[in-house]
Write a protein that binds this ligand. Sequence first.
Ligand SMILES: CC1=C(CCC(=O)O)c2cc3nc(cc4[nH]c(cc5[nH]c(cc1n2)c(C)c5CCC(=O)O)c(CCC(=O)O)c4C)C(CCC(=O)O)=C3C
Ligand SMILES: [Fe+2]
Length: 352
Amino acid sequence: MSLNAYDGILLSSFGGPEGQEDVIPFLKNVTRGTGVPEERLEEVAHHYRAHNGVSPLNEQNRQLRAALEAELAARGIDLPVYWANRNWSPYFAEAVTEAHAHGHRRLLALVTSAYTSYSGVDQYREDFVRCLDETGLSDEVSIDRIREYFDHPGFVTPFVEGIRDAVALLTDEGAASRIHVLFSTHSIPDSAALASGPEFGPGGAYVAQHRAVAGYLSEEAAPGIPWSLVYQSRSGPPSQPWLEPDINEAIAELAEMEYTAVIIVPLGFVSDHMEVIWDLDTEAMATAREHGLAAVRVPTPGTHPAFVSGLVDLVIERATEAAWADRAAVSALGAWPDHDRVGARTIQPQTA
Ligand SMILES: CC1=C(CCC(=O)O)c2cc3nc(cc4[nH]c(cc5[nH]c(cc1n2)c(C)c5CCC(=O)O)c(CCC(=O)O)c4C)C(CCC(=O)O)=C3C
Ligand SMILES: [Fe+2]
């Protein structure tokens, strides 16, 4: 298949440290210009230190790139996949310079972030603009960015399977009578949530998207089991309001309400990176144990075949400018709109 609209894919991610000596420089990159307090940085440094200073994220992205290459090849689509990050090497400027040197000019960015937020959308746009400026390639290279895929079948299918497995496991263990599903995502400041799409009310598009997918997953994979949307990985100064409740507080409250088991769904995350293996597998699991609750953490999409193939479907959808009605989406919000192009002389608006 020839997809003339693009000649390369830019797998775009957050980046993470690859050894103890990277931890502090990485955290400085992440928090530059933000009001994250010193105590919080030390706390988070400790999470990385406990894993030899290595974030699992980079290896997960290398595996995702390999899986995408295999899926593209299997479908006869000739597009190279470049991988680059916001906060750690390989940085966007390196990958875009390399892509340009190989003769590629029209890149499509697949971002490892499924929802609308500053971190997941606008900040990537700023990264792309800056990297084209820095490399002097703004006139030659363009970068389009795939739409938010929070309700694409490729992203939700791994969660459907994981939740069904967790229900079955807890039912076998006899804890079924009082299960609660906790859909967990990254807390962000209330003001940032609102700014993600004020037309959706106080939590903005960010909260509306999570609620929509959680509702779908509940019906599809855990019908009749109560659920709630909870938040994790709060940062920033204590004086600033962030989305609540925190997952650990929610677990304590469920124990008081005589629930006996929780299913923890890492709904906001694409792979098992540090926020998942520390804040959920280490902290939230310990909280559940303290309160005598059985707990199962569902896998993230990672390199699940449905996710990988869904990402390739999204590439095809964008490259062929698929009709709106043909764009896959499982939630009531429908397929999220495309974003405008960055670079290549003009910023061309994409029409829906
Ligand atoms: C919405 C969101 C996502 C999901 C969407 C997306 O993927 O973008 C996300 C992902 C991630 N966040 C990550 C790591 C960190 N995030 C931090 C800080 C912050 N995150 C925020 C939000 C988000 N973060 C915010 C509002 C801050 C406060 C500072 C600021 O206003 O920017 C800090 C600094 C320390 C701290 O404050 O916790 C670290 C180290 C990693 C890598 C994990 C690994 O290494 O395996 C990943 C995938
Ligand atoms: Fe973060």
